[in-house]
Ligand binder design. Structure first.
Ligand code: COA
Length: 177
């Protein structure tokens, strides 16, 4: 049976769920993120509680959680940067291996993009490590293309990452809480 997948914005009391998903993602796919598992494990529970509380209500940063049959199984962050251009980003994307290739990643990106569009974004950006070929193909399949912008990966300066962008379609579905 194909499991049903749903995505909801993080709730203020989901610090523990957020911590569980972040540590699971950093443990399973350390190559995919700027932060390290040690960073997440050394942060205290209260900091995850504070992050969840902020991301549940903020207009500039949020986290969305993927559920399969009611169980947390993935996440994504959406935020605006604090430059004058106020660019909109998705990051920290992870789907648990057991439920990959079921369109959970697409649902997370689309939900986060709709929320950003609702807050005024017309373009959605994502940094992807050049070595992470799966994520690169995933984002390309979703209509993201190269911006030509590159930088070194903070965690591993010998590696590069590229900035991808997808334009928000004018018919984009408005995010509903
Ligand atoms: C990248 C990731 C989020 C994709 O999640 P997912 O739920 O499996 O992706 P979806 O099922 O929504 O895939 C949508 C489309 O993306 C493409 N795609 C997804 N995974 C792919 C892979 N491993 N290789 C090539 N294309 C892929 C396919 O075109 C797919 O459509 P299809 O299944 O009809 O072929 C998941 O593999 C993951 O968590 N990886 C580890 C963490 C990571 O790399 N995060 C990204 C950081 S930038």
């Amino acid at each position: 049976m194909i499991p049903s997948l749903t995505v909801r914005r993080i709730a203020a009391d989901q610090g523990a769920v957020f911590r569980e998903l972040r540590t699971a993602s950093l443990r399973e796919a350390p190559y995919a993120f700027g932060a390290t598992l040690e960073d997440a494990l050394s942060a205290d529970a209260a900091s995850f509680d504070a992050t969840a509380a902020e991301r549940a209500v903020s207009f500039s940063v949020s986290t969305f959680i993927l559920y399969t049959e009611g169980h947390p199984a993935g996440l994504i962050e959406a935020h605006f940067d604090d430059t004058a251009a106020r660019r909109a980003f998705v990051c920290e994307l992870w789907v648990a291996p057991a439920v990959r290739h079921l369109r959970g990643g697409e649902l997370l990106v689309d939900t986060a993009s709709s929320w950003l569009a609702n807050e005024g974004a017309t373009e959605i950006y994502a940094w992807v490590a050049d070595a992470n070929r799966n994520a690169m193909r995933f984002y390309e399949a979703l209509g993201f293309g190269p911006t030509g912008e590159h930088r070194r990966v903070t965690r591993a300066p010998e590696q590069a990452e590229s900035l991808l962008v997808r334009h928000v379609p004018t018919t984009s579905q408005v995010y509903q809480q």
